[in-house]
Design a protein around this ligand. Structure first.
Ligand SMILES: [Zn+2]
Length: 419
């Protein structure tokens, strides 16, 4: 796996030579104008006491937990009832959101806010390094420490101790390094790193929230139709928020790298449709998350207000041809990919010894495609927001609810979460 990434790293760098695709920098990107407060869940000593440069990442992470439209993601996690699909044996959650009035949704959101408030008392963050953390961003597990709940706490959590989120120390090291790290970098470098830290934090908080709520680490599927490889609630949140799983290509060193997006899908389904696709993200897309205008749109319309980035470069791990297929609408990238390819071919002639990297570069295929084709994913994007965003005609809601379409008792938000 890491060898696969090694090959792709060089190919991306060649395609983005002189940053012609603006994957790393963009002089037209405005500075951040975020001035929001940091959510109390991040008042842990692991953050600003370690480095003041973490402020912007924590502001962004806080925004993901602030707006009602985004907290709707947590409603099934808090109020959904676990059930088993008889056809597939999959455990999944009922979704109490469908067919509810805005006033009812508001009650659920209040319950989610109370639970998140309580999570402040039983959530510990820790930076980790060493063996087993090379490819890790973050992970969550239970922790034997009595939490300091208050009399106004929610009773949402079944687990009575605490939960620990471990974060890769490489992420912190970039902030720490005053000589070559965060402080000395361009705002676009900083945006990419802050985005990675903020989304890692929320990804893990989603796991922590669910683990505390259920009293176990095994996650049922949030929706029955979500990818079956693993329930992965963190991916479910990334899919909800961005319509993709977003990560830097390179995990070998600390700092910021080109970000790639991948549609969240079963591996088998991706393979059956040509292979896993990784699209390079122009830094302009990442930078917009640090602007208040972006958040004003989300407040109004929810996460679908922000369209996906425009793709100009895509890497397909081709199932059929067992090689990287590069798709792009930028003809200039061809020569630089060809150079890598030709060098790998020449190396083979000189020496019979062949590394995985050489093999990948030798076999790479470059194709020019039109822009419209590039924007399409080869697998469907799993449903991002509850149905009520799409259909909630007032005339219909009663009859649908009477049919009890989700098979679950309507939630009782007030009762469930009050002490
Ligand atoms: Zn509490």
């Amino acid at each position: 796996m890491s060898k696969e990434i090694l090959g792709i790293n060089e190919l991306i760098a060649a395609a983005n030579k002189n940053d012609r695709l603006n994957l790393l920098d963009d002089s037209t990107v405005p500075s951040s104008n975020l001035d929001n407060a940091i959510h109390p869940i991040f008042h842990d000593a692991s953050f600003l006491e370690k480095s003041l440069h973490l402020r912007q990442a924590l502001q962004l992470a806080s925004l993901f937990l602030r707006q009602d439209k985004l907290l709707e993601f947590f409603i099934p996690l808090t109020y959904g009832r676990q059930q088993v699909d008889s056809a597939t044996g999959k455990s999944y959650l009922s979704n109490p959101v469908s067919w509810k009035s805005d006033a009812e949704i508001k009650l659920y959101i209040n319950g989610v806010r109370q639970a998140l408030h309580c999570l402040e008392h039983c959530l510990i963050f820790r930076w980790v390094s060493g063996e087993g953390t090379e490819r890790l961003w973050g992970r969550t597990r239970f922790f034997e420490r009595r939490p300091s709940h208050t009399s106004t706490c929610s009773n949402a959590f079944k687990y009575k101790n605490s939960v620990l989120i471990e974060l890769n120390n490489k992420l912190l090291h970039f902030y720490d390094d005053e000589e070559t790290g965060y402080r000395t970098r361009s705002k676009c470098d900083q945006f990419r790193h802050d985005f990675q830290v903020a989304t890692t934090l929320i990804h893990e908080i989603v796991h922590a929230f669910g683990a505390m709520r259920r009293g176990g680490l095994t996650e049922p599927f949030i929706r029955l139709d979500y990818p079956s490889d693993s329930a992965e609630w963190g991916y479910a949140w990334e899919n909800f928020m961005f319509g993709a799983i977003i990560n830097p290509q390179d995990r070998t060193t600390y700092g910021t790298h080109v970000q790639l997006r991948k549609t969240w899908a079963d591996i088998a389904l991706a393979k059956a449709n040509g292979g896993k696709e990784y699209s390079a993200i122009p830094v302009r897309w990442t930078a917009q998350w640090f602007r208040k205008e972006t958040w004003a749109k989300i407040e109004k319309t929810g996460p679908l207000a922000i369209p996906p980035p425009v793709t100009r470069l895509k890497f397909v791990s081709s199932t059929k041809y067992h090689r990287w297929v590069i798709m792009t609408d930028v003809p200039e990238t061809r020569d630089d990919i060809a150079q890598l390819h030709d060098a790998a071919v020449a190396a083979k002639l000189k020496s019979p010894h062949c590394t995985q990297r050489d093999l990948e570069l030798r076999r790479v295929v470059w194709t020019l495609v039109d822009s419209e084709f590039l924007q399409k994913s080869n697998v469907p994007i799993p449903k991002r927001v509850p149905e009520r965003f799409f259909v909630s005609p007032p005339g219909n809601s009663r009859s649908k609810r009477d049919r009890g379409e989700d098979g679950a008792e309507p939630g009782r938000p007030g009762k469930l979460l009050k002490t």
